[in-house]
Design a binder for this molecule. Structure first.
Ligand code: ZN
Length: 567
């Protein structure tokens, strides 16, 4: 993006207009007719590009609406507009599927594949495999169940220290340096889940039954196969993922035991219990030394130095209001980066609240934003601008590692503690992510398990991936209830391993950056620039990294991380 080429608008100046479904429908129908009649690739390209512009406009309107809604959830106008999109997005998806079906069945398909590349055709075929008119009602039921779970946890009201708390405001108590306090906080959260257990068991049982039914209707033998298709796993399969998890058990789990041993010594406790785990340092986890009001100017400086360019992309986005960093009343929680396709500009939303998470999130979302800007011209198809989700997470996670040398700007003398904490959490995450993943394989391959059998299966798997966790008589957790705390298990089946695969790729970039910063930056830039034009392993290998499934990579990463953490 350059200011010279096109005057960049401010986000606040961008006009929102509700798109017309009738116009979209007309464009889809006429494109379909043109595609069926087309005898040469030029005519196909002209038709499909016109349709792409229509889709881009629709998607852009949706994104503007979503962001404005999230910036002020009390704004009635955008609440109504969000309902419009909830209702009409499936219509638009259905219409675009019919256009793409014409592309797939074109008589000159080989010429088209040559012209457009194979990725878009892979995506179209995949889409056709995972949804058809027979399962539309079941899909609506599935999302209703997902919403039910999310609604319940978002309304959690936990009384603690005489105050009402949500699940996320309980986090600081669970990280407390006061052992009694963190133990009580954990118990309060367990009590909350224990009270919801019958409800959550029922929701999950219904989900498993429903997802299995959808899979069978689509011709799969179980939901695992459909789950992989939904996650668009084009070049790896269940066996490779199982092998990846085995590598984690073999090479990463022993390191986590060592981390826990050192943590126990540091905290000076006789035995490390589950409520001690979130507290890594005796004096508490590091927090930024600069006030949140300086995050923007510091981020601008950091990315300027990192990419040797001022103003940095971060600065340009911020100066044009494409960033909203701070938590406030009536703003949606969490953090994300969403692209306005018509403008080629990403928007970053997060909720800074003066914890070390602020900096990691700022850098993480900026990684997504950088990739969105870098890949803007990578494909003529909007579907191929950003890659599958594991690859997107490499953009963001690698940026977290590439920012290590600049962390003094945010943490001054606690920068070392921040890096140690960040790397430690990354490593501890790998076994946990694999646990969440294997659990879902067990569940969906045995859809008739009772709730008790599911809880027992989780507890068994915990012993394999987290051998050092002692629940100290907490009944809910001892009986295998911890999986209920993981929203992804309910709402995004099979997504979780993506974070682990991305982590292993990002750690390779970190490892290279320690020896050759310039090379690491080149690899990172290349990976971002490719957008979604290739599959995961193609992207990774093309950028000069090794497949995350490689045993050698896991060993090498394990060794380097131990070196970094002095283990
Ligand atoms: Zn991310």
């Amino acid at each position: 993006m350059s200011d010279e080429k096109m005057k960049m608008p401010k986000f606040s100046e961008i006009e929102y207009k509700r798109p017309s479904i009738e116009n979209f429908r007309e464009c889809a129908m006429s494109t379909r007719l043109k595609l069926m009649a087309a005898r040469d690739p030029e005519a196909v390209e002209a038709a499909i590009m016109q349709f792409q512009r229509e889709m881009s406009a629709f998607d852009t309107a949706f994104t503007i609406c979503m962001i404005r809604h999230d910036l002020d959830t009390s704004d009635e106008f955008f609440n109504v507009e969000m309902d419009f999109f909830d209702e009409n997005y499936p219509v638009v998806s259905d219409l675009s599927a019919s256009v793409y079906a014409a592309l797939l069945h074109s008589e000159i398909r080989p010429q088209l594949e040559e012209r457009f590349g194979s990725m878009i055709f892979r995506k179209i075929r995949n889409q056709r495999d995972i949804v058809n008119s027979e399962v539309l009602d079941l899909l609506a039921d599935e999302s209703a169940l997902e919403n039910e779970y999310s609604q319940i946890v978002s309304e959690a009201d936990i009384m603690f220290k005489g105050k009402h708390n949500t699940l996320s405001t309980m986090n600081p108590y669970m990280e407390s340096t006061d052992r009694i306090e963190r133990k009580k906080a954990q118990r309060a959260v367990s009590d909350y889940y224990n009270a919801q257990k019958p409800k959550f068991d029922q929701i999950y049982a219904d989900m498993v039954r429903l997802r299995t039914e959808i899979a069978k209707k689509l011709g799969f033998s179980n939901f695992v196969e459909l789950g992989y298709k939904r996650m668009e796993r084009y070049d790896y399969n269940e066996e490779m993922v199982a092998e990846f998890r085995n590598n984690v058990v073999k090479y990463i789990v022993p390191i986590t035991s060592e981390i826990r041993r050192l943590q126990k010594n540091r905290l000076g406790v006789e035995k490390l219990y589950y409520y001690d785990l979130p507290c890594l340092f005796v004096h508490g986890n590091p927090v930024p030394v600069i006030p949140p009001s300086e995050y923007f100017s510091t981020g601008a400086k950091m990315f300027g130095e990192m990419f040797e360019k001022r103003p940095s992309f971060f600065e340009v986005l911020g100066e044009h209001d494409f960033m909203d960093l701070f938590s406030r009343q009536n703003k949606a929680t969490g953090g994300y980066c969403a692209s306005l396709l018509d403008y080629g500009i990403p928007f970053v939303l997060m909720n800074a609240n003066s914890t070390s998470d602020d900096v990691a999130t700022l850098v993480h979302e900026s990684g997504h934003a950088y990739a969105a800007l870098r890949s803007i011209d990578s494909s003529q198809f909007i579907e191929c601008l950003s890659p599958t989700l594991e690859a997107c997470e490499i953009h963001s996670t690698a940026m977290e590692y590439l920012s290590y040398p600049f962390m003094e700007m945010f943490f001054k003398e606690s920068a070392d503690a921040y890096r140690e904490q960040h790397m430690t959490l990354a490593l501890l995450f790998l076994p946990y992510g694999c646990l969440v993943d294997e659990y879902q394989h067990v569940v969906y391959k045995n859809p008739d398990m009772t709730p008790e059998e599911r809880h027992a299966a989780w507890r068994e798997l915990e012993k394999k991936y987290q051998p050092d966790v002692d629940y100290d008589g907490d009944e809910f957790l001892n009986n295998g209830g911890a999986w209920m705390k993981k929203e992804h298990i309910f709402t995004s089946p099979f997504y979780y391993i993506d974070y682990c695969l991305a982590q292993v790729c990002a750690l390779q970039i970190w490892d290279i950056s320690r020896k050759n910063r310039k090379k690491a930056m080149t690899i990172y830039d290349h990976l971002c620039a490719e957008g979604g034009t290739k599959t995961l392993i193609e992207l990774v290998e093309d950028a000069g990294l090794e497949s995350p499934f490689s045993l050698d990579v896991m060993k090498k990463i394990a060794y380097q991380v131990c070196d970094f953490l002095n283990l």
